[in-house]
Structures are given as C-alpha cells and as structure tokens.
Ligand binder design. Sequence first.
Ligand code: IVH
Length: 743
Amino acid sequence: MTETPIDALTEAEAEAELARLADLLAEANAAYHTDDAPVMDDAAFDALKRRNAGIEARFPHLKRTDSPSEQVGAAPAEGFGKVRHAQRMLSLGNAFTDEDVAEFAARIRRYLNLPASEVLALTAEPKIDGLSLSLRYEGGALVTAATRGNGEVGEDVTANARTIDDIPERVEGAPEVLEVRGEVYMSHADFAALNRRQAEQGSKTFANPRNAAAGSLRQLDPSVTASRPLRFFAYAWGELSAPLAGTQSGALKRLASIGFSTNDRTERHETVEGALAHYAAIAAARGELGYDIDGVVYKVDRLDWQARLGMRSTTPRWAVAHKFPAETAWTRLTGIDINVGRTGALSPIARLDPVTVGGVTVSNATLHNEDYVAGRAADGTPIRGGADLRIGDRVEIYRAGDVIPKVRDVDLPARPADAVPYVFPEACPDCGSPAPRDPGESVRRCTGGLICPAQRVARLKHLVSRPAFDVDGLGDKEVERFHDLGWIAEPADIFTLEARYGAGLQSVAALEGWGEQSAANLFAGIEAARAQPFARVLFGLGIRHLGEVAGQVLARHYGDWDSFAAAMDHAAPAAARHHAAEEAERAERAAAAAEDRRAQVKKARDAAWAGIAPEAKQAWDDLVGIDGIGATLAVAIVDAMAAPGERGAIDRLVPHLRIEAPEAVAEASPVAGLTVVFTGTLERMTRAEAKARAEALGAKVSGSVSGKTDLLVAGPGAGSKAAKAEALGVRVVDEDGWLEMIG
Ligand code: IVH
C-alpha cells in the first residue's frame, strides 16, 4: 500500500487517516499484548506510530481522544533511525585567551603562507549553547533532519524538526542539494515557561535550556516536540550541489535570504583586534540575548581558504571557538572516591555538597591525580599555593561549557580543625592489586589488568561508547548491570549475549526494567555493531595511548586485521629491546663521562638491540616509522598484543566482527600508495598543507629520501635530498608538476 506523504494530506484525509491508524494500532496492540500473536513486526508498528504522530503534529486539532500516541502499555517505540551524514559534522577547537585567538590567526597565516600585507578576514558570531542539527533539502524540500551523533552517523529526527518554526519545509532559490547546519536551542523565556508547565504537571523539569532543547528534540513522539518552543539558527552547511557564495559571510546572507534564521550578531572583521573587540561586545551583551551562548566562533571568511585549510580529524583548521571564562561556585568537599579507569589509572573524584555552577547542579568534580590533591603540579611546583585538599574543606568549583567540573581552590581559613590530610591509596581499591606510580608519571595505575573488575568494566564501556563501537541500547548503565550479573566479562561476551540470555527465565527481557521490545532493540543494536570500520576496532580495544587518530593512522597503514596482528607479533621482541635500550641509555647518560658520553650512550643502545631478529626489527621500524605513531604508543600496542590475557580477549572478540577495510583514501587518485617526500621551498602552498593534501589523496609522506621513495617534490633550494633522489633513480617533480599530478 502506498501512503500519501503527511505533507500532502488534506485536512479531511488526515482525519480519515488518523481514524484508520487508531484502528490498526489498537488491533496490533491487542494482538501483541493480549493475544500474544503479533500481526505485524515492531518496525511496521513503529512506522505506523510515527506516521500517526507526524499527522498529529501537523494537525494538532485533529488529535483523537483515543489517540495511539497517548496509549500506555503499547510496545515502546524503538529508537530513532540512523542517518549517515553526507559530510562529517565537525566540532570546534577551543581558544580561551586573546593569545590563543592570535595564535589561531597566525597558524592560518603560516599554513596558507599569507604575506603580512594580505588581509585575513574572520567572521565572529555567538556560539549558541544548544545542539547541532543537519537539515537536508532536495529540490527545495526538507527531506531529512539529523542530529550530530558521532559526527558520521546521527539520529533521524526529521518528523520532530518539521515542528520547529524556524526550520522551513520548503526553500526557494536554493541549490538542488542543500544541507544546512545550525543549532537548535530554547530561549530563556520559553525554558522558564516550559519548566513551570512541567512542574505543574508533576513532570520532570530540565536543568538548563540546552538540556531542555535536547530532551525536546529527541522525543520519539513528534507531537511532544511540537509542543516545545524550539528555535534554530543556521551557521554552516554540509553537502551542496552548488556553492552558496564565495565567503562565509556571503553564505550566511544567502541562507538568510532563502528563509533561515541567522544570528544578527555575526560580524566580519579584517583584524584579530577587531574580532576580539566583537567578542568583548558579545560577552557584554550575553545577559540580554535571551538565550544561552558559551563563547564566540571565529571562521575564516574566504571559502577558498577554508577549503585549502581543510580539517584535522574532527575539527576544521579554519574555525575556532573562543570560550567564555569558566563559571565558579564554592561548596564543601564531603569525600574523595577513587575511580579506576580503563588503563588502570586511579583517578580521585571529589564528592561535593550539590551546588549550582553556571545553571547546572554539580555534586562531583575531578581531582585529576594524587599530586593535585596534595597541592603540587606534575613538576613538583606548588599549586593553590601548595595547599592540599582535605575532606571537610570548602572548595571552589569551576566548569566551562561541557567540561567536567574541577576543583580550583580551597578556603584554608575555613578548614575544620579536625580535617586530616588525604592518604592516596597505593593499592587498587577495586581488586587490591598494587597501584604503583611509574617514574615521571603523575598517575598511579592498578596492575591488575583484566583481573581487575573495574578495569574490565571500564574497557567494556569504552568498547561500546560512541567513538568506538557505538552500540545502540548498550550504555554505561547496561554494561555495569550485565557485568554485575556475570553475563559479560569481556568484549566477546557482548556478541554472544543473545545466544546465552536471549530467551527464557534468565534473559535480558526478563530483567526488571526490560521487556521483549527493549531486549530485541538491544540485540539489534549489538547485531549492527558487528560491522565496524577497522580504525574503530583498533580504537575500541582500549589500548593505552591508542586514540581515535592513532586508530585511523594504523588502520590505513596496515589495511586489515590479519596484517596488523601479524606485524605486532613480529615486533613483539622489539618492544622489550626498545625498553632496554632506553633504560641503558638513561643509565649511561648518568654514568658516562662528559666527553665520551655520546659514544657510550650509543654503545649501550646498540648493545640492547644486539642480536634481534631482523624480522622483528623491521616490523618495529615500520611501526614507529608511521607518521603519528611514537615509540610510547608502539610499545603499548605491541605489549598489549603480546600479553596473553589481553591478546586472548582480543582474539576471542575478532571472529564476531565484520571488520571493514579503511576507506580507500581516494584510491583512484594518481598518487595513492606512493611514498612522497617534499623538499625545498614550496611557493604555492605550505609544507603542512602539502602534506595534508597528499595524505588525503592516499600518499604516504616521508621526511627523508630512501629506496622506498616513489616521488620527490622539489621546490627551489632543494639540496642533498634532490641529489640523493637522483642517485637512487627516484622520480623528481617540481611544485607545479605535483599540482598537475594531483589535479
Ligand atoms: S560552526 C565546522 N558556529 O558548537 C564548524 N558551531 O563546539 C561547525 N555551535 O558542533 C560548527 N554555535 O554544535 C559553529 N555559530 C556557531 C556555533 C556552533 C554553536 C556548536 C556546534 C558545534 C559545537 C562545537
């Protein structure tokens, strides 16, 4: 049966359709709950419910007294669908001081190689404290609205977005494909009124406008969203079939002209001083705006420069958020708890008498590490004038935006007479294993590894988290619960959960707070999480120092799991040698007489590496030769892959996954796979830009010419590298030749 789109329904048709849906849904409900004989699957049921809610949102006065939206006891609607963003949704780097902003501009000038005489114009606009949304228009009609999610995949909130007045259903004179990005937010006045209403109805109130906006947009029932006063500012875009303008400011004007709300405090400035003055003006006006902002965003005005600047892994080089200073409050430190992290790090957490800081109630704050509690920085210099923190102290809390609250200061005169210094544990509070502090480290680490329940749980949480496997329906709370039940102890267990606890008396569905539907949703989320990009698998392992960027770099370098694992196995003996060499070098440096120090140090190093299998040395050199992979990370990976307990868990996990090969970084590009060296002065681009471009096109950029070099790009003044390349028969091109090659 084909259904008329909601937007095309006449009022009479809508009324008839609501009646039909009420019948269908009531029947399905009865079949499911009373007869235990479902007449349709959950997805179909949810689709009908969504359609019903969508029609109600468009024609609120037609909502029936027996509306299926109001029915309790019905199968809970499943979560939102997923939308893959055509272009990644980025976040922003932060600046906190005027100097940071000046450095941002200077960095751009260096990157683009701009002479001092060239004007670098920036736009400066309020940073709205809401949540970002991407709106896709095709042929002028809104087709999808998606939250940011993890930047690559967001939640489909189209039906909800259609209920927001600032979001046009149709736009005239826009490119065929237009993705508009901006912020959904709630005004102070609307927030206060909503909370009043919620309180009157005995419903939960929201901590701040941002939470209220997020909670309202992420409603499974669009008629609820429709009843919430949300607004939208457009400030960026994603995929476009034709450019909007040549500049950021021009593009904003264009968006405004086709019907979007843009922020009227956006200004274009030709100097950093001008932009900073506008920051000060926005900060001064903050209280009168009527909505929350948490800083000012500066963007390079010229879009051709934005394109050249490109992005780092998750943030653009051409924009930065200048955050307002943190907000602070005083309260009492009632306790210090120790949290054991994924890599065993013992982190002290402050328990506080609840206090409102910048509109949010804070009852916990991070205390960083042992030294921070004691009143010293990592290098031993005093912080807070050397004052330690004791339970019972009055402390100053601060937080800036999303950042975890921190303890900044202590009121020594107010210290209770009986307060005693805090003794930091030297053993893991969770498993009792020793928790030593390595030389030069500020952190104590539990040595229990995977026998430590706290580390196991933290690793599981990391694995299912958004930037890693992003398992729908499996969050921190659920991981803790299943772990406490003894149902999951290691990553592989997640993927066998359904086989073991999918049905029967002892099953997920039978747990308190769960049911057939939510259990089915969980298992579907787990099923979907089997398919993972290689980079996420590497990141998800939770190896120390192995972050998202390193995951991407390693995935690109090794290509697939088997090659990676084999290389780490080969390199295993080298990690120990590296360690020994470092130790030997340290010892030698301390001991050797000043004059022959260098030779001694080298001898000690060489001795440590003597007799290593060439295969091991090669695998090791290859690993540490990867741009972005340092020796510390290399040791951590190789050691993790060689530790029997850890490797066992990894080897049990991998067969459950479908690991996706890294995106062929423009495999079609003529330079993909080539090892390229840049030398001499580049005139059309800077070194950093050249490198980033080359890597984006799949080339490997190396700093020195060797037998492995495929291409040398030589600018004027190329010296020994050009000569060496010639001697080795390596192809040499000049900058123009390179630009021609890459088109
Ligand atoms: S530009 C590629 N402009 O801040 C740049 N972001 O901290 C995309 N935000 O994810 C963002 N106001 O949700 C931009 N005027 C503004 C903004 C803004 C608020 C949010 C946005 C972004 C986050 C990063």
